[in-house]
Design a protein around this ligand. Structure first.
Ligand code: SAJ
Length: 409
Protein backbone atom coordinates (compact mmCIF):
# COMPACT_ATOMS: atom_id res chain seq x y z
CA UNK A 1 0.00 0.00 0.00
CA UNK A 2 1.40 3.42 -0.91
CA UNK A 3 1.24 6.57 1.17
CA UNK A 4 -2.18 7.83 2.25
CA UNK A 5 -2.28 11.62 2.16
CA UNK A 6 -4.80 12.93 4.70
CA UNK A 7 -5.76 16.50 3.82
CA UNK A 8 -7.00 18.71 6.67
CA UNK A 9 -5.59 18.03 10.13
CA UNK A 10 -8.45 19.35 12.25
CA UNK A 11 -10.77 17.62 14.70
CA UNK A 12 -11.45 14.70 12.33
CA UNK A 13 -8.47 14.60 9.98
CA UNK A 14 -5.83 14.50 12.69
CA UNK A 15 -7.23 11.58 14.73
CA UNK A 16 -7.99 9.70 11.51
CA UNK A 17 -4.45 10.17 10.20
CA UNK A 18 -2.97 9.16 13.56
CA UNK A 19 -5.19 6.11 13.82
CA UNK A 20 -4.22 4.89 10.36
CA UNK A 21 -0.53 5.52 10.97
CA UNK A 22 -0.57 3.78 14.34
CA UNK A 23 -2.07 0.74 12.58
CA UNK A 24 0.73 0.49 10.07
CA UNK A 25 -0.58 2.60 7.18
CA UNK A 26 2.04 4.93 5.75
CA UNK A 27 0.50 8.37 6.26
CA UNK A 28 1.39 11.96 5.46
CA UNK A 29 -0.95 14.54 6.98
CA UNK A 30 -1.25 17.76 5.02
CA UNK A 31 -2.71 21.07 6.11
CA UNK A 32 -2.34 24.48 4.50
CA UNK A 33 -2.09 26.00 7.97
CA UNK A 34 1.69 26.10 8.37
CA UNK A 35 1.50 27.01 12.04
CA UNK A 36 -0.59 23.92 12.74
CA UNK A 37 1.85 21.73 10.82
CA UNK A 38 4.77 23.30 12.72
CA UNK A 39 3.06 22.55 16.05
CA UNK A 40 2.55 18.90 15.07
CA UNK A 41 6.13 18.65 13.81
CA UNK A 42 7.29 20.07 17.14
CA UNK A 43 5.66 17.03 18.77
CA UNK A 44 2.53 18.72 20.13
CA UNK A 45 -1.13 18.01 19.41
CA UNK A 46 -3.39 20.90 18.49
CA UNK A 47 -6.48 20.17 20.59
CA UNK A 48 -7.43 18.20 23.66
CA UNK A 49 -9.14 14.85 23.29
CA UNK A 50 -9.16 11.75 25.46
CA UNK A 51 -6.34 9.42 24.32
CA UNK A 52 -5.18 11.70 21.50
CA UNK A 53 -1.69 12.40 22.89
CA UNK A 54 -0.99 8.68 23.31
CA UNK A 55 -2.24 7.98 19.79
CA UNK A 56 -0.04 10.82 18.51
CA UNK A 57 3.03 9.25 20.10
CA UNK A 58 2.22 5.84 18.58
CA UNK A 59 1.74 7.39 15.14
CA UNK A 60 5.02 9.30 15.44
CA UNK A 61 6.79 6.09 16.38
CA UNK A 62 5.32 4.47 13.25
CA UNK A 63 6.65 7.33 11.12
CA UNK A 64 3.68 9.62 10.37
CA UNK A 65 4.73 12.87 8.72
CA UNK A 66 3.07 16.30 8.64
CA UNK A 67 3.49 18.77 5.84
CA UNK A 68 1.92 21.73 4.10
CA UNK A 69 2.65 20.07 0.78
CA UNK A 70 0.18 17.82 -1.01
CA UNK A 71 1.79 14.47 -1.75
CA UNK A 72 2.19 12.73 -5.08
CA UNK A 73 0.45 9.46 -4.29
CA UNK A 74 -2.61 7.41 -5.19
CA UNK A 75 -4.82 7.71 -2.09
CA UNK A 76 -6.13 11.00 -0.67
CA UNK A 77 -8.50 11.48 2.23
CA UNK A 78 -10.02 14.94 2.40
CA UNK A 79 -11.20 15.97 5.83
CA UNK A 80 -11.82 19.71 5.74
CA UNK A 81 -14.70 21.74 7.20
CA UNK A 82 -18.03 22.07 5.42
CA UNK A 83 -19.85 25.04 6.90
CA UNK A 84 -23.30 26.10 5.70
CA UNK A 85 -24.11 29.30 3.95
CA UNK A 86 -25.98 31.43 6.53
CA UNK A 87 -28.40 32.78 3.93
CA UNK A 88 -29.16 29.87 1.61
CA UNK A 89 -28.66 27.25 4.38
CA UNK A 90 -26.92 25.08 1.79
CA UNK A 91 -23.57 23.40 2.24
CA UNK A 92 -20.62 25.64 1.54
CA UNK A 93 -18.22 23.37 -0.30
CA UNK A 94 -15.44 25.92 -0.78
CA UNK A 95 -12.91 24.17 1.49
CA UNK A 96 -13.63 20.78 -0.08
CA UNK A 97 -13.26 22.28 -3.56
CA UNK A 98 -10.03 24.02 -2.56
CA UNK A 99 -8.57 20.78 -1.22
CA UNK A 100 -9.67 18.81 -4.29
CA UNK A 101 -8.07 21.40 -6.57
CA UNK A 102 -4.80 21.14 -4.67
CA UNK A 103 -4.93 17.34 -4.91
CA UNK A 104 -5.73 17.44 -8.64
CA UNK A 105 -2.70 19.66 -9.10
CA UNK A 106 -0.35 16.91 -7.91
CA UNK A 107 -2.01 13.50 -8.06
CA UNK A 108 -1.29 10.64 -10.39
CA UNK A 109 -3.72 8.95 -12.75
CA UNK A 110 -5.45 6.09 -10.97
CA UNK A 111 -5.64 7.97 -7.65
CA UNK A 112 -8.55 7.47 -5.29
CA UNK A 113 -10.02 10.62 -3.73
CA UNK A 114 -11.89 9.95 -0.50
CA UNK A 115 -14.05 12.76 0.88
CA UNK A 116 -14.55 12.36 4.65
CA UNK A 117 -16.07 15.79 5.23
CA UNK A 118 -19.82 15.79 5.87
CA UNK A 119 -21.68 16.94 2.76
CA UNK A 120 -25.32 17.05 1.73
CA UNK A 121 -26.68 14.63 -0.88
CA UNK A 122 -25.58 15.71 -4.33
CA UNK A 123 -22.63 17.84 -3.15
CA UNK A 124 -20.04 15.53 -4.64
CA UNK A 125 -21.87 15.52 -7.98
CA UNK A 126 -22.30 19.27 -7.98
CA UNK A 127 -19.06 20.57 -6.51
CA UNK A 128 -16.41 17.84 -6.63
CA UNK A 129 -16.86 16.07 -9.97
CA UNK A 130 -16.63 19.30 -12.02
CA UNK A 131 -13.33 20.23 -10.32
CA UNK A 132 -11.81 16.86 -11.22
CA UNK A 133 -13.03 17.17 -14.82
CA UNK A 134 -11.66 20.73 -15.02
CA UNK A 135 -8.21 19.20 -14.58
CA UNK A 136 -8.78 16.96 -17.60
CA UNK A 137 -9.29 13.73 -15.65
CA UNK A 138 -12.01 11.19 -16.43
CA UNK A 139 -13.77 10.10 -13.26
CA UNK A 140 -13.89 6.34 -12.95
CA UNK A 141 -10.87 5.96 -15.21
CA UNK A 142 -8.20 8.47 -14.14
CA UNK A 143 -9.59 9.38 -10.73
CA UNK A 144 -11.88 7.32 -8.48
CA UNK A 145 -14.26 8.95 -6.05
CA UNK A 146 -15.26 7.72 -2.59
CA UNK A 147 -17.22 9.28 0.26
CA UNK A 148 -16.41 7.92 3.73
CA UNK A 149 -18.20 10.25 6.17
CA UNK A 150 -16.75 10.35 9.66
CA UNK A 151 -18.98 9.39 12.58
CA UNK A 152 -16.88 10.01 15.69
CA UNK A 153 -18.09 12.02 18.64
CA UNK A 154 -15.81 14.69 20.13
CA UNK A 155 -14.95 13.63 23.68
CA UNK A 156 -14.75 9.96 22.72
CA UNK A 157 -13.10 10.13 19.31
CA UNK A 158 -10.33 7.61 19.76
CA UNK A 159 -12.67 4.93 21.10
CA UNK A 160 -15.28 5.62 18.42
CA UNK A 161 -12.73 5.57 15.60
CA UNK A 162 -11.87 2.05 16.68
CA UNK A 163 -15.37 0.78 17.39
CA UNK A 164 -18.01 2.64 15.32
CA UNK A 165 -19.48 1.11 12.20
CA UNK A 166 -18.71 3.12 9.05
CA UNK A 167 -20.17 3.86 5.64
CA UNK A 168 -18.18 3.95 2.43
CA UNK A 169 -19.84 5.28 -0.69
CA UNK A 170 -18.10 4.65 -4.00
CA UNK A 171 -18.89 4.91 -7.70
CA UNK A 172 -17.15 1.62 -8.20
CA UNK A 173 -17.68 -1.18 -5.69
CA UNK A 174 -14.19 -2.57 -6.18
CA UNK A 175 -12.68 0.80 -5.33
CA UNK A 176 -14.99 0.98 -2.31
CA UNK A 177 -13.72 -2.41 -1.14
CA UNK A 178 -10.11 -1.27 -1.61
CA UNK A 179 -10.68 1.78 0.58
CA UNK A 180 -12.59 -0.38 3.07
CA UNK A 181 -9.36 -2.34 3.56
CA UNK A 182 -7.53 0.83 4.65
CA UNK A 183 -10.24 1.68 7.20
CA UNK A 184 -10.39 -1.95 8.30
CA UNK A 185 -6.77 -1.69 9.49
CA UNK A 186 -8.15 0.02 12.59
CA UNK A 187 -11.96 -0.01 12.47
CA UNK A 188 -13.42 -2.94 14.38
CA UNK A 189 -17.02 -2.10 13.43
CA UNK A 190 -18.95 -3.10 10.30
CA UNK A 191 -18.01 -1.16 7.17
CA UNK A 192 -20.90 -0.82 4.73
CA UNK A 193 -20.02 -0.20 1.11
CA UNK A 194 -22.70 1.66 -0.84
CA UNK A 195 -22.96 4.42 -3.45
CA UNK A 196 -21.86 8.01 -2.88
CA UNK A 197 -25.29 9.65 -2.70
CA UNK A 198 -26.53 7.13 -0.14
CA UNK A 199 -23.43 7.73 1.97
CA UNK A 200 -23.90 11.50 1.75
CA UNK A 201 -27.54 11.30 2.79
CA UNK A 202 -26.97 8.72 5.54
CA UNK A 203 -24.46 10.93 7.33
CA UNK A 204 -26.69 14.02 7.30
CA UNK A 205 -29.71 11.93 8.32
CA UNK A 206 -27.87 10.59 11.38
CA UNK A 207 -27.02 14.01 12.76
CA UNK A 208 -30.49 15.32 11.92
CA UNK A 209 -32.05 12.42 13.84
CA UNK A 210 -30.13 13.51 16.93
CA UNK A 211 -31.00 17.18 16.44
CA UNK A 212 -34.71 16.37 16.24
CA UNK A 213 -34.53 14.20 19.34
CA UNK A 214 -32.70 16.89 21.33
CA UNK A 215 -35.29 19.42 20.12
CA UNK A 216 -38.06 17.23 21.52
CA UNK A 217 -36.36 17.25 24.94
CA UNK A 218 -35.85 21.01 24.74
CA UNK A 219 -39.45 21.63 23.74
CA UNK A 220 -40.61 19.48 26.66
CA UNK A 221 -38.42 21.59 28.97
CA UNK A 222 -40.19 24.72 27.78
CA UNK A 223 -43.67 23.16 28.09
CA UNK A 224 -42.93 21.86 31.58
CA UNK A 225 -41.47 25.20 32.69
CA UNK A 226 -44.59 27.02 31.49
CA UNK A 227 -46.78 24.80 33.66
CA UNK A 228 -44.47 24.17 36.60
CA UNK A 229 -43.69 20.49 35.93
CA UNK A 230 -40.36 18.74 36.45
CA UNK A 231 -39.17 17.83 32.94
CA UNK A 232 -36.30 15.67 34.21
CA UNK A 233 -38.59 13.53 36.35
CA UNK A 234 -41.04 13.22 33.46
CA UNK A 235 -38.30 12.15 31.03
CA UNK A 236 -36.86 9.74 33.58
CA UNK A 237 -40.19 7.99 34.03
CA UNK A 238 -41.17 8.13 30.33
CA UNK A 239 -37.85 6.49 29.46
CA UNK A 240 -38.85 3.45 31.50
CA UNK A 241 -41.18 2.63 28.59
CA UNK A 242 -39.45 0.00 26.45
CA UNK A 243 -39.72 2.03 23.24
CA UNK A 244 -39.12 5.54 24.59
CA UNK A 245 -35.69 7.15 24.87
CA UNK A 246 -36.00 10.90 25.26
CA UNK A 247 -32.70 12.79 25.29
CA UNK A 248 -31.67 15.50 27.74
CA UNK A 249 -32.72 19.14 27.51
CA UNK A 250 -29.90 21.66 27.55
CA UNK A 251 -28.96 25.29 26.87
CA UNK A 252 -28.76 24.70 23.12
CA UNK A 253 -27.11 22.55 20.50
CA UNK A 254 -23.59 23.52 19.53
CA UNK A 255 -20.68 21.98 17.70
CA UNK A 256 -19.87 21.87 14.06
CA UNK A 257 -22.06 18.89 13.24
CA UNK A 258 -25.52 18.61 14.71
CA UNK A 259 -26.19 22.34 14.65
CA UNK A 260 -25.07 22.56 11.01
CA UNK A 261 -25.91 19.40 9.05
CA UNK A 262 -29.73 19.55 9.34
CA UNK A 263 -29.59 22.95 7.62
CA UNK A 264 -28.27 21.19 4.51
CA UNK A 265 -31.58 19.33 4.24
CA UNK A 266 -33.58 22.48 4.96
CA UNK A 267 -31.62 24.35 2.29
CA UNK A 268 -31.86 21.58 -0.30
CA UNK A 269 -35.45 20.49 0.31
CA UNK A 270 -37.43 23.62 1.20
CA UNK A 271 -41.06 22.81 1.93
CA UNK A 272 -40.22 19.16 2.61
CA UNK A 273 -37.84 19.40 5.56
CA UNK A 274 -40.47 20.64 8.02
CA UNK A 275 -39.83 18.73 11.24
CA UNK A 276 -36.14 19.26 10.60
CA UNK A 277 -36.58 23.02 10.34
CA UNK A 278 -38.79 23.16 13.43
CA UNK A 279 -36.21 21.20 15.42
CA UNK A 280 -33.42 23.52 14.32
CA UNK A 281 -35.46 26.53 15.41
CA UNK A 282 -36.25 25.02 18.81
CA UNK A 283 -32.63 24.15 19.49
CA UNK A 284 -31.44 27.55 18.29
CA UNK A 285 -33.92 29.24 20.63
CA UNK A 286 -32.50 27.64 23.77
CA UNK A 287 -29.81 30.26 24.57
CA UNK A 288 -32.58 32.92 24.56
CA UNK A 289 -34.70 30.69 26.78
CA UNK A 290 -31.79 30.46 29.24
CA UNK A 291 -31.54 34.26 29.19
CA UNK A 292 -35.23 34.60 30.01
CA UNK A 293 -34.78 32.17 32.90
CA UNK A 294 -31.80 34.21 34.17
CA UNK A 295 -33.93 37.33 34.04
CA UNK A 296 -36.69 35.66 36.09
CA UNK A 297 -34.22 34.17 38.60
CA UNK A 298 -32.54 37.55 39.13
CA UNK A 299 -35.93 39.17 39.67
CA UNK A 300 -36.98 36.50 42.15
CA UNK A 301 -33.75 37.08 44.11
CA UNK A 302 -33.89 40.89 43.91
CA UNK A 303 -30.63 40.88 41.99
CA UNK A 304 -29.97 43.95 39.91
CA UNK A 305 -26.23 43.77 39.24
CA UNK A 306 -25.54 41.78 36.03
CA UNK A 307 -21.82 41.82 36.79
CA UNK A 308 -22.50 39.38 39.63
CA UNK A 309 -23.72 36.76 37.12
CA UNK A 310 -21.19 34.13 36.01
CA UNK A 311 -21.38 31.56 33.23
CA UNK A 312 -19.61 28.27 33.83
CA UNK A 313 -18.66 26.71 30.49
CA UNK A 314 -17.85 28.16 27.08
CA UNK A 315 -17.35 25.03 25.02
CA UNK A 316 -20.19 23.46 23.07
CA UNK A 317 -20.31 20.42 25.33
CA UNK A 318 -18.62 18.68 28.25
CA UNK A 319 -14.91 17.91 28.47
CA UNK A 320 -13.90 19.15 25.02
CA UNK A 321 -12.12 22.42 24.13
CA UNK A 322 -14.21 23.08 21.02
CA UNK A 323 -16.27 26.30 21.16
CA UNK A 324 -17.76 26.18 17.68
CA UNK A 325 -21.46 27.20 17.69
CA UNK A 326 -21.30 27.12 21.49
CA UNK A 327 -24.62 27.93 23.21
CA UNK A 328 -22.75 30.09 25.75
CA UNK A 329 -21.21 32.18 22.96
CA UNK A 330 -24.64 32.51 21.33
CA UNK A 331 -26.10 33.60 24.64
CA UNK A 332 -23.34 36.17 25.28
CA UNK A 333 -23.86 37.51 21.78
CA UNK A 334 -27.52 37.95 22.51
CA UNK A 335 -26.70 39.67 25.83
CA UNK A 336 -24.33 42.00 24.01
CA UNK A 337 -27.24 43.10 21.87
CA UNK A 338 -29.04 43.98 25.12
CA UNK A 339 -25.92 45.89 26.19
CA UNK A 340 -25.11 43.78 29.23
CA UNK A 341 -22.92 40.99 27.85
CA UNK A 342 -19.68 42.71 28.76
CA UNK A 343 -20.51 42.83 32.43
CA UNK A 344 -20.99 39.14 33.20
CA UNK A 345 -18.13 36.81 34.16
CA UNK A 346 -17.27 33.71 32.18
CA UNK A 347 -15.09 30.73 33.01
CA UNK A 348 -14.18 27.47 31.29
CA UNK A 349 -11.31 25.21 32.36
CA UNK A 350 -10.83 24.03 28.75
CA UNK A 351 -10.52 27.50 27.22
CA UNK A 352 -7.21 29.22 28.04
CA UNK A 353 -7.43 31.84 25.30
CA UNK A 354 -9.48 34.97 26.08
CA UNK A 355 -12.46 34.73 23.78
CA UNK A 356 -14.90 37.03 25.56
CA UNK A 357 -14.66 39.97 27.94
CA UNK A 358 -14.33 39.20 31.65
CA UNK A 359 -13.20 35.66 31.00
CA UNK A 360 -11.59 34.22 34.10
CA UNK A 361 -9.10 31.39 34.41
CA UNK A 362 -9.42 30.24 37.98
CA UNK A 363 -12.50 28.45 39.29
CA UNK A 364 -12.30 29.82 42.85
CA UNK A 365 -11.74 33.41 41.72
CA UNK A 366 -14.61 33.07 39.29
CA UNK A 367 -17.00 31.71 41.93
CA UNK A 368 -15.92 34.34 44.45
CA UNK A 369 -16.72 37.13 42.03
CA UNK A 370 -20.34 36.17 41.32
CA UNK A 371 -23.64 35.61 43.17
CA UNK A 372 -25.53 33.76 40.43
CA UNK A 373 -23.71 30.87 38.74
CA UNK A 374 -25.20 29.61 35.49
CA UNK A 375 -23.90 26.12 34.69
CA UNK A 376 -23.86 25.86 30.90
CA UNK A 377 -21.58 22.87 30.42
CA UNK A 378 -21.24 19.68 32.50
CA UNK A 379 -17.43 19.54 32.60
CA UNK A 380 -16.07 16.95 35.05
CA UNK A 381 -14.35 19.79 36.92
CA UNK A 382 -17.61 21.35 38.12
CA UNK A 383 -19.12 17.95 38.87
CA UNK A 384 -16.18 17.37 41.26
CA UNK A 385 -16.50 20.83 42.83
CA UNK A 386 -20.23 21.11 43.47
CA UNK A 387 -19.58 21.84 47.16
CA UNK A 388 -17.99 25.15 46.11
CA UNK A 389 -21.40 26.30 44.90
CA UNK A 390 -22.81 26.41 48.43
CA UNK A 391 -24.16 29.86 49.26
CA UNK A 392 -24.55 30.80 45.59
CA UNK A 393 -27.70 31.12 43.58
CA UNK A 394 -27.28 28.33 41.03
CA UNK A 395 -29.05 28.00 37.69
CA UNK A 396 -28.08 24.57 36.43
CA UNK A 397 -28.99 24.04 32.76
CA UNK A 398 -27.36 20.60 32.88
CA UNK A 399 -29.06 19.13 35.97
CA UNK A 400 -25.86 18.03 37.65
CA UNK A 401 -26.36 19.83 40.92
CA UNK A 402 -28.89 18.54 43.43
CA UNK A 403 -28.43 21.31 45.99
CA UNK A 404 -31.70 22.59 47.52
CA UNK A 405 -32.86 25.79 45.84
CA UNK A 406 -31.05 25.16 42.53
CA UNK A 407 -32.87 26.47 39.49
CA UNK A 408 -33.21 24.32 36.38
CA UNK A 409 -34.34 24.85 32.77
N1 SAJ B 1 -26.97 17.78 23.50
C1 SAJ B 1 -28.10 18.06 24.26
N2 SAJ B 1 -28.82 17.02 24.76
C2 SAJ B 1 -28.48 15.73 24.56
C3 SAJ B 1 -27.34 15.44 23.78
C4 SAJ B 1 -26.60 16.49 23.25
O1 SAJ B 1 -28.45 19.23 24.48
O2 SAJ B 1 -29.18 14.84 25.07
C5 SAJ B 1 -26.17 18.88 22.92
C6 SAJ B 1 -24.70 18.89 23.36
O3 SAJ B 1 -24.52 19.53 24.59
C7 SAJ B 1 -24.04 19.62 22.19
C8 SAJ B 1 -24.87 19.18 21.00
O4 SAJ B 1 -26.09 18.68 21.53
O5 SAJ B 1 -24.15 21.01 22.35
C9 SAJ B 1 -24.24 18.13 20.11
O6 SAJ B 1 -23.48 17.22 20.89
P1 SAJ B 1 -23.46 15.65 20.67
O7 SAJ B 1 -22.61 15.10 21.75
O8 SAJ B 1 -24.82 15.10 20.58
O9 SAJ B 1 -22.85 15.45 19.23
P2 SAJ B 1 -21.57 16.07 18.45
O10 SAJ B 1 -22.04 17.24 17.66
O11 SAJ B 1 -20.43 16.29 19.36
O12 SAJ B 1 -21.21 14.86 17.46
C10 SAJ B 1 -22.18 14.43 16.52
C11 SAJ B 1 -22.34 12.90 16.60
N3 SAJ B 1 -23.52 12.50 15.83
C12 SAJ B 1 -24.50 11.68 16.35
O13 SAJ B 1 -24.47 11.28 17.48
C13 SAJ B 1 -25.59 11.29 15.43
C14 SAJ B 1 -21.08 12.21 16.07
O14 SAJ B 1 -21.27 10.80 16.01
C15 SAJ B 1 -20.73 12.73 14.67
O15 SAJ B 1 -19.55 12.14 14.17
C16 SAJ B 1 -20.50 14.23 14.80
O16 SAJ B 1 -21.73 14.82 15.22
C17 SAJ B 1 -20.07 14.78 13.45
O17 SAJ B 1 -18.87 15.09 13.31
O18 SAJ B 1 -20.87 14.83 12.52
Amino acid sequence: MSVVNVIGLGYIGLPTALMMASHGVEVVGTDYNRELVATLNAGKTTFKEEGLDELFQEALAKGIEFSSEYQVTDTYIVSVPTPYDEVSKKVDAKYVQGAVKSVMGVCEKGAVLVIESTVSPGTIDKYVRPVIEEYGFTIGKDIHLVHAPERIIPGNMVYELLHNNRTIGADDREVGEKIKKIYATFCQGDIEVTDIRTAEMTKVVENTFRDINIAYANELAKICRSDNMDVYEIIRIANKHPRVNILTPGPGVGGHCISVDPWFLVGDYPGLANIILAARKINDSMPEFVLERIHDIMKENNMTDVSRVGFYGLTYKANVDDVRESPTLQLLDSMDRHLCGHQVKVYDPFVQKDLVPNQMHNLDEFLNSVDLVVIMVRHNEIKKNLDKLKGKIVFDTQKICNQQGTYYL
